[in-house]
Design a protein around this ligand. Structure first.
Ligand code: BGC
Length: 755
């Protein structure tokens, strides 16, 4: 009996074993997933959930997860309850997710009708130097993503402004890695705090749009580490960002989406990134090499991707797509080109984010309110704090409503709300009012406001580009300016001249705008020029004659209101330049090494980007990095550099503390951005004149003094040694500079690194 029963037991066991080995997928597929499976339980730790769920997946199911199921959706696995991740473009708010910009830009397409709060452009938010505000922006965007039933926002953009002509400079946080890092981390924290998935983009060195799919950026190790990587590293290590988007371009000969060093060795292993890498839309060119390099999710996918590719246009531009489809991945797995362990890693990363973000347990059904008063308030605060007062001769600003009776509002950007640059970041707001509307509103009935176009925006309306039309518009503008107490000229670009997919042709303002400014200034010496654009522009033709100059960037839907608040003194300007404004393109550090030759661009200026170049090589910019005036004045005093050694556990943490007093010495309440730079005069290798290592925005009432404090650790003193392949801080004396701009150092101190 015993032997019979053990034989039948053995037979049953053997049968099960054979069935399980021969038909692993069918066996798994049919097995229902118990409702108490550990991965379904929110109380199970994330890693255990990932492991449990992954263990239940068939190889085919894993393979389907490596490419999108639509234009903006990852692939769900319904059998296991794995949701699709529903994405939307950003970073300046939520954009329609219906398809390529050909679809989302077309006014008549119902799919394009998604509206959301249009926040100020990245460069405008960077000009606030207000990390708290950027976090609030991330939080507000996260709320809107959820309200619209999406799960992920494609931002922030932290690529460095290397060249004044990059078509996407307006999206990023300017030229400095430290500032970009701080703001990128703040944005990520805001978005992730809402359980929404951000995507830190574009990794790495996407600094020009010229041939963006084919251009090969050649950058040395030190420059990568000191300039182009810090914002990504901080996003991973401090922001704990859930996803990173690879860039279109090639880096040192390899497409970023297929670069094992970049995606795996650096990002995942060195930086410790545990989330998933997503491709930029249409940036894959192979199956096994891409997956093995560490690409976790190819976008877009499915029918939308196939239809898009079928137009032929993406191939002509240099896009690649459709390489990580389930059939191709499975074929590569079967051929032994992709190992199951690799696939497990790719899929685990996506699952980890689905669990960590809360998406698995709390999907976003949508239906909430969008563009709430609170969200609008954040957009308005950003637009206001981001405006930079560059010149104010004779205190022309703020306008004194008791003294003026008429204002001439002039310019191609005065009566239209130019909220952002072109491309995937351009949000369609529910409402956006132009500078003219708010100037009128604020001026009230007692002040006569006359609007004249002055010049049509180049390329916008061919009728207005004709010489006769130009002449007539200019004449009317001059007449209006001559008859008014004050003239306000709003100039700049618009999405067709500045946007994704192409670089700006010239640093000069669009056709006729320089002439307009000069003519208006001649007619009325009380002229305020307002720049409404993302990139730096040449100002040499009129700057000397300009008494007052403001840079409002692209301020999002509330830009016009913010401008009026600054013009009339309801708000005191506190924005500072997150980018140096060169006098001419020829003066900019990358001139001569842009856009490259034969599809190769050498970053030969190395670490000398922005003020690192201007201040070290003594080239005078039109306005320096970190510069911005106020309607009040600030005094800096009592700088102290304190060497601190703190014991935490067994670790001895050494750092330096810098503190100083800042006083509002003028006649209005205001805010000052205090900047901290470090100068290393004793290093073995060439270092820039100084580098930004801290900043604080302080609000001060009239006569008020506040203590401002900074911490400086070893990292702040270090450079990347190509020889040691590591960060090095050389013992010795460092100069600590407290400054109001990179060229306005108010106080200096010394700190000594002993070892
Ligand atoms: C852009 C990305 C964007 C993606 C999806 C790409 O062309 O470079 O920034 O998120 O499209 O629209």
């Amino acid at each position: 009996m015993r032997s019979v029963s053990s034989v039948s037991c053995f037979c049953l066991f053997a049968y099960l074993l054979v069935a399980a080995t021969l038909l692993p997928s069918a066996f798994g597929a049919q097995a229902p997933v118990p409702s108490d499976a550990p991965y379904k339980n929110p109380a199970t730790p994330v890693e255990a959930r990932v492991k449990d769920l992954l263990g239940r997946m068939k190889t085919e199911e894993k393979a389907t997860m490596l490419s999108g199921s639509g234009w903006m959706e990852s692939a769900p696995v319904e059998r296991l309850g794995i949701p699709a991740i529903k994405m939307a473009d950003g970073p300046m708010g939520v954009r329609s997710w219906a398809g390529s910009s050909a679809i989302t830009n077309s006014v008549n397409n119902p799919a394009a009708k998604i509206t959301a709060t249009s926040f100020p452009s990245g460069v405008a938010m960077a000009a606030t130097w207000d990390t708290e505000l950027v976090q609030q922006e991330g939080d507000a965007i996260g709320q809107e993503v959820r309200a619209l039933g999406r799960d992920m926002i494609l931002g922030p953009t932290v690529n460095i402004n290397r060249v004044p002509l990059w078509g996407r400079n307006f999206e990023g946080y300017g030229e400095d890695p430290y500032l970009s890092a701080r703001l990128g981390v703040a944005y990520i924290k805001g978005v992730q705090g809402q359980g929404v998935i951000p995507s830190l983009k574009h990794f790495a060195a996407n600094n020009e749009e010229f041939e963006r799919h084919r251009i090969d950026a050649h950058i040395d190790d030190r420059t990568m580490n000191e300039i182009y990587l810090p914002a990504f590293k901080a996003g991973v290590q401090e922001g704990h960002v859930w996803t990173v988007m690879s860039a279109y371009n090639l880096l040192n000969g390899v497409h970023c989406g297929e670069d094992a060093w970049l995606l795996t060795d650096l990002l995942k292993k060195q930086f410790g990134f545990t989330g998933f890498v997503i491709s930029d839309w249409g940036s894959t060119y192979s199956t096994a090499p891409t997956v093995n390099a560490g690409m976790d999710l190819e976008m877009p996918g499915g029918e939308r991707m196939r239809n898009w590719m079928a137009t032929g246009q993406p191939q002509a531009a240099g896009n690649g797509a459709g390489w990580l489809t389930a059939d191709k991945v499975m074929a590569a797995v079967k051929a032994g080109e992709i190992h199951e362990a690799q696939l497990n890693d790719n899929v685990s990363r996506i699952l980890r984010v689905i669990f960590e973000s809360g998406l698995f347990d709390h999907p976003h059904p949508g239906g909430g309110e969008v563009d709430t008063p609170e969200e609008r308030a954040v957009a308005l605060k950003g637009a206001t704090e981001g405006i930079v007062l560059l010149k104010n001769a004779g205190s022309l600003l703020p306008l004194d409503v008791t003294k003026i009776h008429s204002i001439a509002v002039i310019g191609p950007n005065a009566a239209v709300a130019r909220t952002g640059g072109g491309g995937s970041s351009l949000v369609r707001p529910k409402q956006a009012t132009a500078p003219l509307d708010w100037i009128k509103e604020r001026a009230g009935d007692a002040i006569h406001v006359r609007f004249e176009l002055g010049v049509g925006m180049e390329g916008e309306d061919p009728k207005l580009d004709k010489p006769e039309a130009r002449e007539a518009e200019l004449k009317a503008a001059v007449d209006a300016a001559a008859k008014a107490d004050v003239a306000v000229v709003v100039v700049g670009r618009y999405p067709k001249l500045e946007g994704e997919g192409f670089d700006v042709k010239t640093m000069d303002l669009p056709a006729g705008q320089d002439e307009l400014i000069s003519a208006v200034e001649k007619a009325n010496p009380r002229t305020v020029v307002v720049l409404n654009t993302g990139d730096p522009v040449t100002m040499t033709k009129w700057l000397d004659a300009t008494p007052a100059l403001l840079d409002m960037w692209y301020g999002g839907q509330e830009g016009g209101k913010a401008l009026a608040a600054i013009l009339f003194g309801d708000a005191n300007p506190s924005g500072k330049l997150p980018v140096s404004l060169p006098k001419r393109f020829e003066d900019s550090p990358a001139f001569g090494n842009y856009p490259g030759e034969n599809l190769r661009v050498d970053y030969s200026e190395g670490i000398y980007v922005g003020y690192r170049y201007f201040d070290t090589k003594n080239v005078e910019p039109a306005f320096p990095f970190g510069f911005g005036l106020s309607y009040t004045t600030f005094e800096y005093s009592n700088l102290r550099v304190i060497h601190a050694v703190t014991k935490s556990g067994t670790l001895k943490y050494e750092h330096d503390m810098v503190d100083l007093d800042v006083k509002n010495t003028g006649g209005r309440d205001g805010a000052e951005v205090v900047e901290l730079y470090v100068h290393d005069g004793h290093s073995k290798i060439d270092r820039p004149a100084h580098e930004l290592k801290g900043f604080k925005r302080v609000e001060l009432k009239v006569g008020e003094t506040k203590k401002v404090q900074f911490d400086l650790d070893r990292a702040a003193l270090s450079y990347w040694s190509p020889e040691k392949k590591d960060w090095v801080a050389e013992p010795g004396k460092f100069e600590v500079q407290v400054a109001a701009s990179s060229r306005d150092i108010r106080l200096k101190g010394t700190l000594e690194l002993k070892r």
